[in-house]
Design a protein around this ligand. Structure first.
Ligand code: ATP
Ligand code: MG
Length: 425
């Protein structure tokens, strides 16, 4: 036997037992997006590497060490997308979507980051995200947060915590940055290796450090919300007032800086305490400078992205059960086998919503009935020579009690339609 080919580390198959939950979350998100007038955008998985280094930032974990980058046969430097906001802005610019227009957009799909795989953190993972382009806010900031809150509600999640912060403008951030550098310089000996490097290039990112030994030092650092410019401060107050008015609770976390460089003003995260260290289920923020930075006209914008793997893990308990077949059709004998597939087609034509599995591969009636039972179907439909001759099908209930009966086609359709209807009621 040849050696089995191993899957790529950190890249998972999503198996049929859980795909119903994925589909349910996806459908629910689509319905919520539609309720707010957001429309779907589909983007390539591969972009020019430069798109990400220019937007996410050269001195971020993602660009420094997590991208899957390669040179294609034409010599172009390309990367698998590590996130989709940059692609979305690129797409909006290249297709003229924000030329004198605003856009409310959503997307869903796989992202790729070369991280250390662990529960809730993978190298291929999936995000669903929303972006509002051309809106200065804070009303649209609140709208996006309310939209995410509505999604949690629709998914039956009651325990997610919202954290909010404002990063101000690039100018106000420069002043704060100087204070921060001064503070960390004074405690240089207590910095870890990553933080020493960040101190010169991107000191705000030190606040995002996940090293527990840095926690106390970070907790005592100057606080960004004390150093906002006047307009950002007003923006932040208005956002909080809108959330208060809508009854959304939140906690202001002045150390929330997010791992990407393009954010300005509003940033937020939805957190859970049910997934260990991988606490962030959804994160987002305003990126007023990004469109211009990527070659478009100055356009304010904001968005968020949720991690599907983490969300699915949270909703797994409350998700609807996998939808098994209503009926399992067992042909017995050559003539029945020849007729079975066509009969199954006719039943699917006549009974909308019917989930019917046909037994394939022959074998004994006993073995086929075992498979019928294991399929989870409610009814077995047995088609033998006698039934075929009489123009009937023998119906055997597989769950609960109930008698076997030989039904003619109209009766059979009636019973199957009732089964489908009962499920939908
Ligand atoms: P974290 O702090 O957990 O690394 P992040 O700040 O890097 O998250 P974003 O880039 O904002 O996350 O992505 C949005 C969401 O995507 C996160 O809140 C998380 O739910 C999910 N996510 C990010 N990276 C991964 C990953 N490697 N595996 C699974 N989900 C992820
Ligand atoms: Mg990360």
């Amino acid at each position: 036997m040849a050696a089995a080919i191993q899957p790529v580390r950190g890249m998972n198959d999503i198996l049929p037992d859980v795909t119903p939950t994925w589909q349910w979350v996806e459908r629910t998100a689509q319905a919520v997006f539609a309720a707010y007038g957001y429309r779907e955008l589909r983007m390539p998985l591969v972009e020019r590497t430069e798109l990400f280094s220019r937007s996410i930032g050269e001195v971020t974990d993602i660009v420094e060490k997590e991208m899957y980058s390669f040179t294609d046969r034409n010599g172009d430097r390309l990367s698998l997308r590590p996130e989709a906001t940059a692609s979305c802005v690129r797409a909006a610019i290249s297709n003229g979507l924000i030329h004198n227009q605003q856009q409310r957009l959503w997307y869903a799909g796989p992202m790729f980051r070369y991280e250390r795989p662990q529960k809730g953190r993978y190298r291929q993972f999936h995000q669903v995200g929303a972006e509002a382009l051309g809106f200065a806010g804070p009303d649209v900031d609140a709208e996006l947060i309310l939209m995410s809150a509505r999604l949690w509600q629709a998914l039956g999640l009651q325990d997610l915590q919202l954290e909010l912060n404002s990063l101000g403008t690039p100018a106000s951030r420069r002043d704060y940055r100087a204070l921060l550098v001064e503070y960390f310089m004074a405690h240089r000996d207590a910095l870890d290796e990553d933080s020493v490097r960040r101190l010169e290039q991107n000191p705000l990112r030190i606040l995002d450090s996940k090293n527990p030994e840095m926690r106390a030092l970070i907790a005592a650092a100057p606080v960004i919300t004390d150093h906002l410019d006047a307009e950002s401060a007003v923006h932040f107050e208005q956002l909080k007032a809108a959330l208060d008015a809508a009854g959304v609770s939140y906690r202001v976390n002045p150390r929330l800086v997010r791992g990407l460089d393009y954010y300005s003003r509003t940033v937020f995260e939805w957190l859970t305490d049910r997934l260990g260290a991988q606490a962030a289920v959804c994160s987002g923020g305003r990126y007023d400078g990004l469109v211009e930075q990527l070659g478009g006209r100055p356009t304010p914008a904001i968005g968020w992205a949720l991690g599907m793997e983490r969300l699915v893990e949270l909703v797994l308990d409350g998700a609807p059960a996998a939808r098994v077949a209503h009926a399992y059709l067992v042909p017995v004998g050559d003539a029945a086998q020849a007729a079975a597939l066509a009969m199954a087609e006719t039943l699917r034509d006549h009974v909308p919503g019917l989930r019917l599995q046909t037994h394939c591969g022959g074998g004994s009636l006993k073995a086929a009935m075992k498979k019928a039972d294991r399929s989870g179907a409610t009814l077995a439909l047995i088609l033998g020579d006698d039934e075929l001759a009489a123009g009937q099908v023998r119906v055997k209930p597989l769950r609960g009690d109930g008698e076997q009966a030989a039904l003619d086609p109209a009766q059979l359709r009636g019973q199957l339609a009732a089964l489908v209807g009962a499920e939908q009621a």
